[in-house]
Design a protein around this ligand. Structure first.
Ligand code: SAH
Length: 344
C-alpha cells in the first residue's frame, strides 16, 4: 500500500501523472486529507467512483497509533506512538500563550550520542518516513479537535537528528507549509540540528524561511568535544562559518540552544567566551534548563547560575532568553518516555 501522507503536493502530482491520472487530482486529494481531514476514500465525494476504487485498493491513509498518552498538570501532552513496524516514537504537545506547539521526532532513536540526552540511550534504528512525520501532527490535531483547536507551530526537536533525515524532513516541512497542506507559516516552523555542517550549507540554499536552531551547548571545542561527539567531526569554528553563510544566504538569523549543565558549561567564563564566539553573527541564545536523566551523571545548574549566565550574556551584547519548561512531571524530556518503555 502507498501511504498518501508520504507525498508533497508536487510529488503527488508527478506520481499521479506518471500513472496516467490527471494532475488536478493531486490538489483534490490534498484538500480532502489536509483541509477536510477525511479518514477514508469513501468520503471524497468529488472523486470519481472508479478512481476511489483504485485508491482503496492501492493507497492508505494510515496514521501512527497512540500507544500511551500522558497529560501534565500544565496541559502538556506526551504521546508514545506506535508505527506500522512496531517502532515507538515520542511526540509532545506544548501549550504556549501564542499557540499549540508540536515537538516532532525525526528518527527512531539517534546516533548523535550527545552525553546529556536520553534519546541517544537508544541507537538509531531508522529514519522516519514523511507519512510518519506528518502523522505525528495529524494525531495531535485529532486530539485538539475536541477543544476546537489545532497545532499552530511545529518544532522538529524530538528524538533524532533532522539533518540526518534531510529529504524526508524537508518534504514534511513543505507539507506543513503548503496552503493546501497544514498551512502553517514558515516562521511557525523550527528545525533543530546538533550541527551537521554540510547540511547547514545545503539548507541555507533551499530558500526556505523556516527557523533554524542549533544545539551549541558549549563555548569552545574542549567542552563541546566532551559532550557532543559531532563536534569531533565538525568543530565549533566550522559550525560558526556555516552559521554565517546561512545568515548571508537565507537572510535569517539562527537560534543557539545552550543547555546549562552544572560545573560543565555554566560558569561566568563560559558566558563571556560564548559572547565572543557568537559575536559577528546575528544569533540569539536560548538557555535551556537541563532536564535530568536518571541514567546520566549530569546535573542541572542552580537558578542563580542560570540567571547570572543570562546577565553576563546580555552585558556582553548577546540577546538571550531562558526556555520555559513543560511537562517535567510526565517524562516530557527528550526521549525519556520511550527509553523507559523499551526498558520494561
Ligand atoms: N538532534 C537535534 C534535535 C533533537 S534534540 C538537535 O540536537 O538539535 C532537541 C534539543 O533538546 C537539543 O537542543 C538537545 O540538545 C536538547 N536536549 C537533549 N537532552 C536534553 C535534556 N536532558 N535536557 C534539556 N534539553 C535537552
Amino acid at each position: 500500500m502507498i501511504n498518501l501522507y508520504d507525498f508533497t503536493l508536487q510529488n503527488l502530482e508527478e506520481h499521479l501523472v506518471a500513472r496516467g491520472e490527471k494532475k488536478y487530482r493531486a490538489t483534490q486529494l490534498f484538500k480532502w486529507i489536509y483541509e477536510k481531514r477525511v479518514g477514508s476514500f469513501d468520503e471524497m465525494s468529488d472523486v470519481s467512483l472508479k478512481f476511489r476504487d483504485i485508491l482503496k485498493e492501492e493507497y492508505s491513509l494510515e496514521k501512527p497509533k497512540i500507544f500511551t498518552k500522558q497529560v501534565s498538570k500544565d496541559g502538556t501532552i506526551k504521546l508514545l506512538l506506535e508505527l506500522s513496524d512496531g517502532s515507538k516514537v515520542e511526540t509532545v504537545l506544548m501549550r504556549y500563550n501564542y499557540g499549540n506547539v508540536a515537538c516532532v521526532t525525526s528518527e527512531v532513536g539517534c546516533n548523535m550520542g550527545c552525553a546529556f540526552c536520553a534519546s541517544g540511550l537508544l541507537k538509531k534504528k531508522r529514519e522516519l518516513k514523511v507519512s510518519e512525520l506528518v502523522g505525528q501532527v495529524l494525531v495531535l490535531d485529532d486530539l485538539l479537535k475536541e477543544e476546537n483547536s489545532c497545532i499552530s507551530h511545529v518544532v522538529v526537536m524530538g528524538t533524532g537528528e533532522p539533518f540526518d533525515n534531510y529529504e524526508n524532513v524537508l518534504d514534511f516541512i513543505r507539507i506543513l507549509n503548503h496552503p493546501y497542506g497544514f498551512a502553517i507559516g514558515a516562521r511557525h516552523i523550527t528545525v533543530s540540528t546538533c550541527g551537521i555542517v554540510p547540511q547547514i550549507y545545503r539548507y541555507a540554499k533551499e530558500g526556505l524561511q523556516i527557523n533554524l536552531a542549533i544545539s551549541l551547548h558549549a563555548p569552545n571545542n574542549e567542552i563541546r568535544n566532551k559532550i557532543m561527539p559531532i563536534n569531533r567531526q565538525y568543530d565549533i569554528n566550522e559550525l560558526m562559518e556555516a552559521v554565517k553563510f546561512y545568515e548571508k544566504t537565507a537572510g535569517r538569523r539562527v537560534t543557539f540552544e545552550y543547555i546549562l549543565l552544572k560545573d560543565i558549561n555554566d560558569s561566568k567564563e563560559c558566558a563571556i567566551e560564548l559572547s565572543k564566539l557568537i559575536k559577528g553573527t546575528l544569533a540569539y541564545v536560548n538557555l535551556i534548563p537541563f532536564n535530568p536523566v536518571n541514567e546520566l551523571k549530569y546535573r542541572r545548574s542552580d537558578e542563580k547560575s542560570v540567571h547570572d549566565f543570562l546577565d553576563t550574556l546580555m552585558k556582553n551584547g548577546v540577546t538571550a532568553t531562558i526556555r520555559k519548561e513543560f511537562g517535567t512531571d510526565i517524562d516530557a524530556a527528550c526521549g525519556q518516555l520511550r527509553a523507559k518503555n523499551e526498558k520494561k
